[in-house]
Design a protein around this ligand. Sequence first.
Ligand SMILES: CC(C)(COP(=O)(O)OP(=O)(O)OC[C@H]1O[C@@H](n2cnc3c(N)ncnc32)[C@H](O)[C@@H]1OP(=O)(O)O)[C@@H](O)C(=O)NCCC(=O)NCCS
Length: 167
Amino acid sequence: MDVVIEVLTKNHCREIFDCGDSNLNKYLHRYAMQDINRRINKVFVAVDSAGSKTICAYYGLCAGTVDVVDLPILIRQKLPKYPLPVVLLSRLAVDQKHQGKGLGAVMLADALCRVTRASEVIAVYAVIVDATDSQAAGVYKQFGFLPLPSNPLKLFIPLDTIRKLVE
Ligand SMILES: CC(C)(COP(=O)(O)OP(=O)(O)OC[C@H]1O[C@@H](n2cnc3c(N)ncnc32)[C@H](O)[C@@H]1OP(=O)(O)O)[C@@H](O)C(=O)NCCC(=O)NCCS
């Protein structure tokens, strides 16, 4: 199936999305549109390119910071001591009907490309994700994310690494 990835609007069918994780489902059903309207989160959805408004997958992006002391020691030696600007990949979920077919990888690549473009106008040191469990963390590690020493379920990937992957 070919998909397009676009910003969530009130015209998308949010209610029937089911990724198997009730918190991630509830976020899309109830809170994602509110967060977009309040400029707290930007939520992107994958829909069938044939024009359907049924959501196959989604992720969210918002601005944040990371404390330098939370980064691995070899990396933080080269950085200033104050909090660094990052983008938080706040959620990533694929509807159960579409899982295991590469859509999660497509969504992650799309998110990293968007952040790379944003980094041309605003400084971003890294992308950070909160994995729901160690299995989800494994998915991110496959893409080059590294766990923070202070919390293995919080992972980061420096923009320098993303730019090399994108090029
Ligand atoms: C996790 C999730 C986003 C992955 O999306 P997907 O479309 O099923 O994954 P893909 O088919 O794109 O697979 C991407 C890679 O991750 C791996 N992978 C997928 N699910 C995995 C899991 N649960 N554990 C370990 N690896 C996994 C795949 O093997 C694949 O690697 P490969 O290319 O080397 O084969 C999706 O299964 C999902 O929404 N799960 C429920 C919600 C969730 O856990 N979200 C993560 C929040 S942090």
